[in-house]
Design a protein around this ligand. Structure first.
Ligand SMILES: [Zn+2]
Length: 118
């Protein structure tokens, strides 16, 4: 199946158990910290995820795989390093621009600075 863009990932949220929606959404959008189970999930750590899962998540491991593979932004999951980079860069929204403090988005370039140098 083809990968959807970084905003259409929300179409896959039906796959995620409700009690993990907030954690997943804030992680993808802003790179917010996540708990041990979700950390293992996005780091591609099957044994870690299984051992930390509650009953609902244990039964939904396949759904998480489908969500990550078919819907989630490619850079937000797959390894420890990818998880670290995703969180450090502020997710889809991006970190605030050092000049105007608006979120810089996935392009990591702010319009305020490009306007200045035009
Ligand atoms: Zn700016």
């Amino acid at each position: 199946m083809q990968k959807v863009n970084e905003f259409e990932w929300r179409n896959g949220m039906y796959l995620i158990p409700l009690h993990c929606h907030e954690g997943i959404i804030n992680y993808i959008m802003k790179g917010d910290p996540i708990g041990g189970f979700l950390t293992a999930i996005v780091e591609n750590d099957l044994m870690g995820a299984y051992s930390r899962a509650d009953d609902i998540n244990r039964n939904a491991l396949g759904n998480y795989c489908t969500f990550l593979y078919n819907y989630a932004p490619a850079n937000c999951h797959g390894s420890f390093d990818k998880r670290e980079r995703w969180q450090a860069s502020g997710g889809v929204t991006g970190r605030p621009c050092p000049r105007c403090e608006k979120p810089m988005g996935s392009g990591r370039i702010c319009n305020c600075s490009s306007a200045k140098f035009r």
